[in-house]
Unconditional design. Structure first.
Length: 383
């Protein structure tokens, strides 16, 4: 009898151990299924690549604030490192590692994961970096490098040219009960019955330059990505926001409250407040037209400029200007008339105010009211 009792106890012990092992396996599986765990859960996730700081998915960029922080650290001589991943069209990750030791910048490009590329690791040493800001794009460019085209290497480019989109409009509602509204998209449908009176500001209030700035800010906020915004506040008097973006054939909707103090919430509140402030301004005069770009050609009393170029784009285009078909490029080209050409040379970056408007396209023509050279003031000093 005693022997049977011992056998039964042994069987029970085996079942208990088996159950514990099953629970452990289930726990491990649950943890594995929940995705990668990292010290910084806000960082982008790329399968097979660790410690990603900035992720560029075909122009939708996550972690831009880290790129800017790295640039600021370089300006102040603070040693830093940064990992950027660019996805190819086919979805393969290409890695750029930046390492700044306080004096020199090391750039390591790893394309070994690109199934359709060269699959190599290249290292470049550079002494400076420039943040080149244009009206429709911002580029981070390593300069004074010991290899690469023109002694420069483009690290990251953020494009935000509204005119390259088939459609960009937005609708902003704001207030405790969303009782105010700014609309740039023409209203084609009747509004649903509501007990709340809505103060609508039509599309004539928002100038094209303001829409361009809104689009830029949305791109910097990575608006195409999913957002987890706070929609409720403790106070019933808190400002609430609703933003609907019409982009090409799609739409993006965002709802949040002013109590959302997260990085994403603050970005969208700044965008909303900018729209509100601009919509309240009186548009009494037509804003002046300005153009900015690199001088590609000097001829008689005219300058041919390429708009939206960064310094590397200029280097690629300067020797082909005589033979190239301007229509084949996404850039805008303008011939500026009435310029004292003795003051300018190819390669100068200029900003000009136009009399009237630009006539035609590729290239357009315009008479200059005022013009000045632009100098890079944000190049990092050699240390």
């Amino acid at each position: 009898m005693k022997k049977m009792t011992q056998i039964n106890l042994l069987i029970m012990l085996i079942f208990i151990l088996a159950a514990c092992n099953t629970n452990d396996n289930e726990t491990n599986r649950t943890n594995a299924d929940s995705g990668p765990q990292s010290a910084d859960s806000t960082k982008p996730y790329v399968q097979g690549v660790e410690n990603v700081d900035v992720l560029n998915t075909h122009g939708s960029i996550e972690g831009l604030e880290r790129m800017h922080s790295f640039y600021d650290n370089m300006r102040n001589g603070v040693p830093s490192d940064l990992r950027i991943v660019h996805y190819t069209t086919e979805g393969d990750p290409m890695i750029t590692d930046l390492t700044y030791n306080g004096k020199l910048l090391k750039v390591k490009d790893d394309t070994t994961r690109d199934k359709y590329g060269s699959g190599e690791i290249r290292t470049n040493s550079c002494s400076n970096m420039i943040e080149e800001v244009n009206p429709t794009n911002t580029s981070y460019i390593a300069v004074d490098c010991n290899s690469g085209h023109f002694g420069k290497e483009e690290i990251l480019k953020i494009s935000y040219n509204m005119n390259q989109q088939d459609l960009f409009e937005f609708e902003l509602k704001y207030g405790v009960n969303l009782e105010n509204e700014v609309i740039t998209k023409p209203i084609t449908t009747e509004k649903e019955n509501s007990t709340i009176e809505t103060n609508v500001k039509g599309d004539s209030v928002v100038a094209a330059s303001v829409k361009q700035e809104v689009y830029k800010r949305l791109v910097f906020a990575n608006y195409l990505a999913e957002k987890d915004l706070e929609t409720t506040c403790a106070s019933k008097e808190s400002m609430n926001y609703y933003l609907k973006v019409y982009i090409n054939g799609g739409q993006r909707e965002f709802r949040w409250s002013e109590c959302d103090q997260s990085l994403e919430g603050l970005k969208f509140t700044e965008i909303a407040e900018y729209i509100i402030k601009q919509s309240e301004k009186k548009q009494t005069e037509k804003s002046e037209v300005t153009v900015q770009g690199y001088v590609l050609q000097v001829k008689d009393d005219t300058l041919l400029i390429g708009e939206g170029l960064n310094m590397i784009d200029y280097e690629w285009l300067k020797d082909e200007i005589q033979q190239m078909d301007l229509d084949a490029y996404i850039f805008d080209f303008t011939i500026l008339e009435g310029v004292n050409t003795k003051e300018f040379n190819p390669g100068d970056k200029i900003q000009a105010t136009i009399e009237g408007s630009i006539r035609g396209s590729k290239p357009g023509r315009a008479k200059v009211k005022d013009i000045k050279k632009l100098v890079f003031s944000n190049e990092i000093e050699s240390r």
